[in-house]
Design a protein around this ligand. Structure first.
Ligand SMILES: Cc1ncc(COP(=O)(O)O)c(C=O)c1O
Length: 352
């Protein structure tokens, strides 16, 4: 497919001269740094954080490159994937003029970020079995459609989207297809990262917030062709990922075995909890999940939600969300937490 990033970019971004930080302008090693108005004495902490971090996070990217098999210049790191979403809007979508397509029920930040950036949102709801409705998507596309967000495995439904449908999009849509793979580590399906060489308009989003257990550090990743990554780097705030997060993420990435162990255990627990839930009279349907949560249709989501809160158990009430009437979204916890959840739901309707 012919892909011309210039036709998608906003004019102001095409012309933008990005901020050039002190760390951009001098890259070598020196003994005296008097170029960034930092505190030369140090930090009032056991470890010094008085120097600005690497704006392009190269060490972290090199490690991610090894793990993912994607060269570092094809990687963007954001302050969580939420920043990646926002930057895609800011780079490609003209406020009040362009539009993007999302497929609800899906992750809420695509809509919030579109609203913040004053970008028209066009909704192509998933089919009743939570798959893409390609016909509706095609009807919604016009010359101002810059981006399509697809989330696979999808939040809050938990299922993976049909690979052939996503390929159809990639082959036919002239804008950018952003595939949000926040939950890919829990899925039996493979990532679209392997397809990056095929599709210059593909952006694969992943995060260290889920399987990697680093939600508080705010490290999100985008993998794409270099023209797209270069533009994202141009638009991002200069020091968008702080030094502590860069160092800790790098350290965490050396513990793949521990993370793989948790993933295996989470997936096992997911199947056990799904099976146990499906036997409860309070549960009408347990949707198949490729993520670390399960969507469950219940006889009364609001009442069950409240009864769980009373027991100190918090799940996500999704019953007001399109196609999720009566549904709770339940994150898979440790075995003892899952046990309390099951007992809590079992008790609903039996307590006085
Ligand atoms: C589908 C999806 N994408 C992205 C995110 C946000 O990820 P991050 O913590 O990297 O901003 C979430 C968080 O719940 C999510 O469910």
């Amino acid at each position: 497919m012919d892909f011309n990033i210039d036709q998608l970019l906003r004019e102001n971004i095409k012309k933008l001269v990005p901020y050039s930080s002190a760390r951009d302008e001098f890259k070598g090693e020196a003994s005296v740094y008097l170029d960034a108005n930092e505190n030369a004495y140090g930090s009032p902490l056991p470890k010094d954080y008085n120097r600005y971090p690497d704006p392009l996070q190269w060490k972290l990217k090199e490690r991610i490159a090894e793990i993912k098999g994607v060269p570092a210049p094809h990687i963007f790191i954001g302050n969580g994937s939420d920043e990646v979403i926002d930057i895609l809007f800011r780079a490609f979508c003209n406020p009040g003029k362009d539009n993007v397509i999302i497929c609800p029920p899906t992750y809420g930040m695509y809509e919030v970020s579109a609203n913040i950036n004053d970008i028209e949102l066009r909704k192509a709801p998933l089919t009743p079995d939570f798959q893409l409705d390609l016909d509706t998507m095609e009807q919604l596309v016009d010359e101002h459609t810059k981006l399509v967000f697809v989330c696979s495995p999808n939040n809050p439904t938990g299922n993976s989207l049909d690979r052939a449908d996503i390929e159809m999009l990639l082959n036919n849509f002239k804008g950018i297809v952003a595939i949000d793979e926040a939950y890919i580590n829990f899925s039996r399906h493979r990532s679209f990262i392997q397809e990056l060489t095929e599709y210059p308009n593909l952006v694969v989003m992943q995060t260290l917030s889920k399987a990697w257990g680093l939600a508080a550090l705010r490290v999100g990743m985008a993998f794409s062709s270099t023209p797209i990554i270069d533009v994202m780097n141009k638009v991002k705030p200069p020091y968008n990922v702080n030094q502590a997060s860069q160092e800790l993420a790098l350290q965490a990435l050396n513990n793949i075995n521990q993370v793989n162990g948790w993933i295996r255990e989470t997936v096992q627990e997911r199947e056990r909890v799904a099976q146990a839930l499906s036997l409860l009279p309070q549960v009408l349907k347990v949707y198949a999940s490729d993520a670390n949560f399960i969507l469950v249709k219940t006889i009364d989501a609001n009442a069950i939600y409240d009864s769980l809160v009373e027991k100190g158990i918090i799940v996500r009430n999704r019953s007001k969300v399109m196609l999720c009437e009566g549904c709770l979204r339940i994150t898979i916890g440790r075995p003892e937490e899952n046990e309390r959840l099951l007992e809590g739901i079992k008790a609903y309707g039996h307590s006085s």
